[in-house]
Design a protein around this ligand. Structure first.
Ligand code: AQP
Length: 331
């Protein structure tokens, strides 16, 4: 079997949280040697879909680049680039619109959740987000998309778009597979464990950021919401404890059942302390390395530019093929 082509995108923000780290970034790092190539994209075009400040956007791209490198991405072993540097993404978005229906986009729950009652005021870009995301992946004929569970519906749509394109214009695009971690695909808000930990919709106290100092991590985990019971076990009615078990399992690199066995009979206090220490150990090296990398913006830009060149070389032939199939340009 040939090696997978791995692709994933991540929003530019300096406030990457534990959910992003466990659900996505960790998978990127482990995927970079499996993927041939493994391609990771900082999706600044996606960031335009909500209110933003142009100067700040550039800063946030640098923040995210430094976080990914600090977490272990190695530009020698993967392709790391900024989405807007590779214009094939925007062109393919328009071309894929021809096989995407308004109804497809209308069914996207993330759009509904993010806009709520203010739907009429949301940008068309936010509504269109899944088509750009489909273009991101399909431009590289990626076979695997490592993401958190919240992206399941968007990946299902891109699979359908690829199938429809192939059905209408002939076998061209690859239908990618969703890759979600077996544990930690949906890390929950520590204060409201029924909601996912999120950059925009979480509580500050319920969100551990990758760049949080150890004292802040200990405080947030110390006040994590649990329940009135005492048992450290996973159960649907124990959302807070289940989430903490998953977090510690990932931090320690063991299965959740090993955590349940270790803390059988222990109180929530000791358990939460152990989770805090696990998360501190998981994130401290990333924070320290980030502090070394982030100041050198020229080096970060050089990494992104080199990545964009490699990405363009892969996306351009797909675009040429898609244009040809669709009857655009000379025969
Ligand atoms: N709570 C989570 N648990 C596991 N994985 C998660 N991801 C996001 N939240 C969780 C995964 O992180 C990757 C990068 O996400 P993104 O930066 O592109 O933003 P997002 O998916 O929109 O999620 P955020 O960061 O929480 O932002 P908002 O508040 O806008 O929803 C993705 O692979 C995602 O699945």
């Amino acid at each position: 079997m040939s090696a997978p082509i791995v692709f994933s995108g991540i929003q530019p923000t300096g406030r990457k949280h534990l959910g992003n780290y466990i659900g996505a970034i960790r998978q990127y790092v482990s995927g970079q040697d499996r993927g041939q190539p493994a391609i990771f994209c900082i999706v600044d075009l996606h960031a335009l879909s909500v209110a933003y400040d142009p100067a700040e956007l550039r800063e946030r791209v640098h923040d995210t680049t430094a976080i990914l490198l600090a977490a272990g991405l190695d530009p020698e072993r993967c392709i790391l680039f900024r989405q807007s540097d590779v214009r094939e993404h925007t062109e393919l978005t328009w071309l894929l619109s021809a096989v995407t229906s308004h109804g497809d986009l209308d069914r996207m729950t993330q759009f509904k959740e993010k806009t709520g009652a203010a739907r009429e005021l949301a940008s068309a870009a936010l509504f269109y987000y899944p088509v750009l995301m489909a273009a991101d992946v399909l431009a590289y004929k990626a076979t695997e998309v490592p993401v958190g569970d919240d992206q399941r519906q968007h990946v299902e749509l891109m699979r359908e778009v690829a199938r429809r394109f192939n059905g209408r214009f002939g076998e061209t695009l690859v239908v990618p597979e969703l890759i979600v971690p077996t544990v930690g695909a949906r890390i929950m808000d520590l204060q409201e464990p029924e909601r996912k930990m999120s950059t925009t919709a979480s509580t500050e106290a319920g969100t551990v950021f990758v760049l949080d100092e150890p004292a802040a991590i200990r405080k947030k985990l110390g006040s994590a919401v649990t329940d009135s019971g005492r048992e450290v076990r996973r159960a649907p009615e124990k959302a807070g404890v289940t989430n903490l078990i998953d977090v510690l399992a990932v931090a320690r690199g063991v299965g959740p059942e090993a955590i349940e066995a270790e803390f059988e009979g222990a109180g929530y206090g000791d358990f939460k302390k152990a989770v805090a220490e696990g998360v501190v150990e998981l994130l401290a090296p990333v924070r320290e390395r980030y502090a070394e990398l982030r100041p050198d913006e020229a080096a970060l830009e050089a990494t992104l530019a080199a990545g964009a060149e490699k990405a363009r070389a892969l996306a351009a032939p797909t675009l040429a093929e898609v244009r040809q199939r669709m009857g655009l340009g000379p025969a």
